[in-house]
Design a protein around this ligand. Sequence first.
Ligand SMILES: Cc1cc2nc3c(=O)[nH]c(=O)nc-3n(C[C@H](O)[C@H](O)[C@H](O)COP(=O)(O)O)c2cc1C
Length: 202
Amino acid sequence: MLIDFQQLPPRDSYPWLIGSINPRPIAWVATISSAGRTNLAPFSFFQGVCASPPTLLFTGANDRHGRKKDTIVNVEQVPEFVVNIVPYALREPMNQTSAPLPHGESEFERFGIAAAPSARIRPPRVAESPVAFECKVDRIVRVGEGPLAGNIVIGTVLCAHVSESVLDAEGHLDPRKLDTIGRMGGDFYTRTTELFTIRRPG
Ligand SMILES: Cc1cc2nc3c(=O)[nH]c(=O)nc-3n(C[C@H](O)[C@H](O)[C@H](O)COP(=O)(O)O)c2cc1C
């Protein structure tokens, strides 16, 4: 079976992409508007980029009317954001924050999610997230235009807040303690409790 993306409307391409490119890590992104209103939303088009400088990216797609999501509007106004890592224990509040609230209404306040101040930037972080990366926007790359087009936000990581509860005896992140979740296709998620190791050659 051949799926011809050049013939497919964007909305029909989407399930083939997210159903195959998985599991995807989830960036729970906190931002702030120039008016000082906070915002929190999950993004699974999310990846690390490189370590020098420490860099990550996430993509906020335009909505079906071609409008930018609040997160993108905010990073254009205040070019700073926090990526909060999502463990299994935070799956429900994370999902709540994907609701389309009116611009300016804070998901922190609406869903009673505790915020903690960031050290170097204005948007707060999620207090209960075990790892939170404070980032400043390096650049925003537009891909396509109109409904479902992408806004890739590339950020330089300034610092990270790491809970000692997710470290092993040597002080390294322990994946069993971190217990991150990944997004699959549809409403499916995966948990990272079934681990295996493979030694790299050389
Ligand atoms: C687990 C999960 C992952 C998501 N990933 C993305 C994504 O990568 N890009 C995107 O544009 N929307 C994604 N969404 C949808 C947004 O979270 C949703 O549109 C949200 O309302 C955007 O919030 P904002 O308008 O406050 O920025 C995801 C939703 C969930 C639940």
